[in-house]
Design a protein around this ligand. Structure first.
Ligand code: FAD
Ligand code: UDP
Length: 371
């Protein structure tokens, strides 16, 4: 008996957008998640009036107006703009790399002076035409001082390996600009849902049947039998029982602390870019929503090897893993009744807006094909 059109594995953003859109198109859907809450990694827990980003700080940003209008149709967003501070050996720098950073590093006051200084810093690396790894890419972009003070330590902690073994594209996520603009993103739209991310997910899953605390692999046969199609948003290698070997991920360990003070660090995000401090950043959650509470909650974020006991947060998209992923992708393409989507199944460093975009496109293709 096929009770549902779609069984959706994962109540994260991909699963929730897919479920919402398919329900709207008149299909019957069931969402299951092994966690005891919806939202996947954007889930927030409200602790004494503060929305705590339980799986790492999430800032929504996009240049796609359709995606921005889409998320705003479920919840209004505030005007939060991410402007992290970097702490290197007790000295504070603005991020991303901009005139404020350059002024602090070298005392340069105009874009012209900054460009001249960076040219001088980059000269040593002019022989690198096509950066092969993150270290080369960072040196070619900004030269030695920026790399050594603001990138190397953070990156090697975050990824648990030398920067020479990390893909170059990862550092190109960060803007590099010659204006006094501390906005971490270049996108047109940015903010945090008023009242937290759970509002967005609750809006998406309104009226959708959701069963929590269910691991798909423990009830695979039964769950597969009740739906015409499965939408799977977990790890792709796990779906195929690691048949070709395990894909590598990076994990994190979070230490939350509630403090009886109003403000711990005056900013939502402070990165610790030196190697000797074991965490990469401290998040002070109230600042995402301009909280005025008398208490505060901070989270130290420690990078961690991924194992079966923690979460696969970041795909490690180096050549070796990418080649392995392609093999799984071939198997996935042969599964006629299973669709794969989201950060874990696509093994991609997707931001939230990317995931929503892909989920919307996936639904559209399916609905268009039916018509
Ligand atoms: P997920 O949120 O991982 O959801 C997958 C769901 O599937 C999970 O709930 C999981 O429990 C469930 N699942 C997996 N396997 C099974 C199974 N076998 N049975 C049942 N359920 C299963 N993006 C931004 O745009 N801005 C940011 O600032 C930002 N910050 C981030 C910070 C961190 C630390 C991390 C890790 C990510 C960040 N992202 C950010 C990315 C963002 O989290 C993702 O793009 C998005 O949440 C991915 O949604 P998803 O549905 O693909 O995956
Ligand atoms: N990065 C860095 N120094 C910083 C912040 C980031 O070197 O202070 C590098 C690091 O390699 C990181 C990458 O830039 O993995 C991407 O940073 P982003 O903030 O986009 O990472 P995410 O939000 O996904 O954790």
């Amino acid at each position: 008996m096929k009770k549902y059109d779609f069984l959706i594995v994962g109540a994260g953003l991909f699963g929730s957008v897919f479920a919402h859109e398919m329900s709207k198109a008149g299909k019957s859907v069931l969402v299951v998640d092994k966690r005891d809450h919806i939202g996947g990694n954007v889930f927030c827990e409200n602790i004494n009036g503060i929305n705590v980003h339980k799986y790492g700080a999430h800032i929504f940003h996009t240049s796609n107006k359709e995606i921005w209008d889409y998320v705003n149709s479920f919840v209004e967003f505030n005007r939060y703009t991410n402007s992290p501070i970097a702490n290197f050996k007790g000295e504070l720098f603005n991020l991303p790399f901009n005139m404020n950073t350059f002024y602090k590093l070298w005392g340069v006051k105009t874009p012209e002076e900054a460009k001249a200084k960076i040219e001088e810093q980059k000269k040593e690396y002019s022989h690198i035409k096509e950066p092969k790894n993150l270290e080369e890419q960072a040196l070619v972009l900004g030269g030695k001082d920026i790399y050594e003070k603001l990138i190397k330590g953070y990156t090697e902690k975050q990824w648990g390996r030398p920067a020479t073994q990390i893909p170059a594209f990862i550092i190109r996520r960060l803007p590099f600009r010659f204006t006094f603009d501390n906005n971490y993103f270049n996108d047109t739209y940015q903010g945090i849902p008023k009242g937290g991310y759970n509002k967005l997910i609750e809006g998406l899953l309104d009226g959708v049947e959701v069963n929590l605390g269910i691991n798909f692999f423990e009830e695979k046969e039964k769950l597969t039998s009740i739906a015409h199609k499965v939408v799977y948003t977990g790890k792709i290698d796990e779906f195929f029982e690691y048949k070709y070997g395990k894909l590598e991920y990076r994990s994190l360990h979070f230490e939350h602390e509630e403090l009886d003070i109003q403000d711990f660090q005056g900013n939502a995000v402070v990165n610790y870019t030196e190697k000797e401090i074991p965490f990469t950043r401290i998040i002070e959650h109230k600042h995402f929503e301009f909280g005025k509470q008398s208490n505060t909650i901070i989270t130290r974020e420690y990078p961690h090897e991924f194992s079966k006991d923690n979460e696969p947060y970041y795909p490690l998209n180096d050549d070796k893993n990418q080649t392995l992923f392609e093999k799984y992708k071939e198997l996935a393409n042969k599964e006629s009744n299973v669709l794969f989507g989201g950060r874990l199944a696509d093994y991609k460093y997707y931001d939230m807006h990317n995931v929503i975009d892909v989920a919307l496109q996936t639904v559209k293709k399916l609905v268009d094909n039916e018509e």
